[in-house]
Write a protein that binds this ligand. Structure first.
Ligand code: HEM
Ligand SMILES: CC(C)=CCC/C(C)=C/CC/C(C)=C/COP(=O)(O)OP(=O)(O)O
Length: 318
C-alpha cells in the first residue's frame, strides 16, 4: 500500500468520522428530549404494573406495551421541553438542553413529541386494549396540559396535583394486561402520587435559586425552606403507611410488608434529617443541603426497591 493511499484513506475518513460524530450527538439530543433518566423509573413502574397484574400478555405484546409507555412518557417530556423552553433557558440545570441551547428547533421538538404521543397511544390500543390507550393518553395530557401548561407556573401545589401524571404508569401496565382497573393498581397510583412531593421538594431545597430566577413558584420560592422541609416530612409520613396497604389488604405477603417497613423507616430517617438539618432562621441549610441531597437520591432507590419487592413477593413467593 503506498503512502498516498494511506493518506488518501485517512483524508477520506476524517470528514466521515466528523459527520458520524455529529450524527451521534444529534441522536443524543433527540433522545435527551425524552428525558431518559427520569424515564427509567417511569418505565420500570409501568413494567411492575404489567408483571403483577393477573393474567398474561403475549411477550411481543408485553414488550409493545412497555415500548408504548416509554414513548408516551418520552413524548410528554419532549412537549414539556418545547413549552418550557423559555424557563429552561434561564435555569442552570436545564439551559444546555437541546432546545434552549439551539441544537433542536422548537417546532421540530413539538412535532416529534406529538407524533410519538399519537403513535404510542395508537399502538397501545392495537397491541393491548383501548382502555390502556385511553389512560396512556390521559397521562400524557395530564403531564402536558395540567402540570406543564397550567399548574407549574401558577402554584406551589403544581407538584402535588400535576405530579399525578407520573403515578399513572403502574396503572397503565396493569390495564394493558387486564383491560380493567382494580384496587391494587389504584393503591400503586396513590403510592407514587404520595412519593412525588418528598422526591421533588427535597431536590427543590437546593435547586430553588434556578426556579426563583425563572419565576416558577416552587414551594421553597413561595413559602421558604422551612415550610418545604415540613412538607417533605408530612408527605413521607403519609407515604409510609400507604406502602403497607398492599400487604395489609392481602395483595402481597409479609416479605413485601417487611421490605416496605424497612424502606419506609429509612425514608423517614432521611426526611427527619432534612427537617433537622443545621439551618439559619429562614431554614436555609448551613451544610450545603447534604441531608436534602441524600433524601432525593434515596427517594429514587426507594421507589425502585419498593416496587421491585412487591413484584418479587407476588411473582415468586405467592
Ligand atoms: C411533578 C413531578 C416531578 C418533578 C417536578 C420531578 C423533578 C425532577 C427533577 C428536577 C429531577 C432532577 C434531574 C433531572 O432533571 O433529570 C428529577 C430526577 C429524577 N426523577 Fe423526578 N420529578 C417528578 C416526578 C417523578 C416521577 C413520577 C418519577 C418516576 C416515577 C421520577 C423519577 C426521577 C428519576 C429516576 C430521577 C433521577 C434522574 C437522574 O438520574 O438524573 N420523577 N426529578
Ligand atoms: C406515561 C406518561 C405520559 C407518564 C408521564 C411520566 C412523567 C413524564 C412524569 C413526570 C416526571 C417529571 C420529569 C417531572 C418534571 O417535570 P418538570 O417540567 O418540572 O421538570 P424539568 O424542570 O426537569 O423540565
Amino acid at each position: 500500500m503506498s503512502d498516498t493511499t494511506v493518506h488518501g484513506s485517512r483524508g477520506a475518513q476524517a470528514p466521515l468520522d466528523a459527520s458520524a460524530l455529529h450524527g451521534a450527538s444529534e441522536v443524543r439530543d433527540w433522545i435527551a428530549l425524552l428525558k431518559p433518566r427520569v424515564l427509567s423509573l417511569v418505565v420500570y413502574s409501568g413494567l411492575i404494573g404489567l408483571l403483577i397484574a393477573p393474567g398474561s400478555l403475549h411477550p411481543v405484546l408485553a414488550v409493545s406495551a412497555i415500548l408504548c409507555i416509554t414513548l408516551a412518557a418520552g413524548a410528554a417530556g419532549a412537549i414539556n421541553m418545547w413549552y418550557d423552553r423559555d424557563i429552561d433557558a434561564v435555569m442552570k440545570r436545564t439551559r444546555a438542553r437541546p432546545i434552549p441551547a439551539g441544537r433542536i428547533e422548537a417546532g421540530a421538538a413539538l412535532g416529534y413529541g406529538v407524533v410519538l404521543a399519537v403513535g404510542s397511544v395508537g399502538l397501545m390500543g392495537l397491541a393491548t386494549n383501548w382502555l390502556a390507550a385511553a389512560v396512556l393518553a390521559g397521562s400524557i395530557l395530564f403531564y402536558v396540559v395540567i402540570y406543564t401548561m397550567w399548574l407549574k407556573r401558577r402554584t406551589p401545589q403544581n407538584i402535588v396535583i400535576g405530579g399525578a401524571a407520573g403515578a399513572f404508569p403502574p396503572l397503565i401496565g396493569w390495564v394493558a394486561v387486564t383491560g380493567s382497573v382494580d384496587v391494587l393498581p389504584l393503591v400503586l397510583f396513590a403510592i407514587v402520587f404520595m412519593w412525588t412531593p418528598p422526591h421533588f421538594w427535597a431536590l427543590s431545597l437546593w435547586a430553588h435559586e434556578d426556579y426563583k430566577r425563572a419565576g416558577v413558584p416552587m414551594l421553597p420560592v413561595v413559602s421558604g425552606a422551612r415550610e418545604t422541609r415540613r412538607q417533605v416530612v408530612i408527605y413521607t409520613v403519609l407515604l409510609v403507611p400507604l406502602t403497607l396497604v398492599p400487604w395489609l389488604i392481602g395483595f402481597s405477603g409479609p416479605v413485601y410488608g417487611l421490605v416496605a417497613a424497612l424502606l419506609g423507616a429509612n425514608f423517614l430517617r432521611h426526611a427527619w434529617a432534612v427537617w433537622t438539618d443545621a439551618q439559619d432562621a429562614a431554614g436555609v441549610s448551613l451544610t450545603g443541603d447534604r441531608p436534602a441531597k441524600a433524601c432525593f437520591r434515596f427517594s429514587i432507590t426507594y421507589l425502585f426497591a419498593l416496587l421491585g419487592a412487591l413484584a418479587l413477593d407476588r411473582l415468586l413467593l405467592a
